[in-house]
Design a protein around this ligand. Sequence first.
Ligand code: PAN
Ligand code: ZN
Length: 192
Amino acid sequence: MEKGKITISPISLDITSGQLSGSPIMQSCRKIADLKDVFKDENFRSQMVQDDLVYSVQAYLPEEEGTSGGLYFGTTIIHPGKIGDEYFMTRGHFHARRETGEFYWGIKGSGILILMDEKRNVRAEEMKQGSLHYINHCTAHRVANIGSEPLVFNACWPSDAGHDYDEISNNGFAARLVEKEGKPFFLDENEG
Ligand code: PAN
Ligand code: ZN
């Protein structure tokens, strides 16, 4: 590093919108078509407009995937909506390296962070602007948007965490968040 030289970080974060700008930023989006078998009512999902966006992720990944000691940063935007009575939500995952945790924090909107340990115990935290969430190691995590505006949150996780989506696609979460009488309500995995 050249002594005394002050440079500008290549990435900036708009802290009011959560939007990242600069380069390199990875962008991905999940449409209705990408979420087969994620929601309870697969038949309902299959009949929706397949091109509609459910959520998008921007991520700044300054280290090679798998590097120990590094960190990643991301912004997730979940659009408002439901598939049947189940709120739009992320696929959810365990980290491939189960010993790694993560921070999430709310930027705007209204949501629920759903957490599940390896014994399938589920708990949940309300997400809103300024809410800060520590996701313990060995804990699957998924977020549902329960409001009528986009839900935006930031995340910071280790660059060697990896993502295990298979465990959740095979076994799901032990509870699902549905709207009942206008309010969020957890349905046990065995309930309709
Ligand atoms: C987040 C998530 C993001 C999208 O950055 O990856 O919110 O959710 P899914 O990955 O479950 O589709 C994170 O938890 N990273 O580890
Ligand atoms: Zn994660």
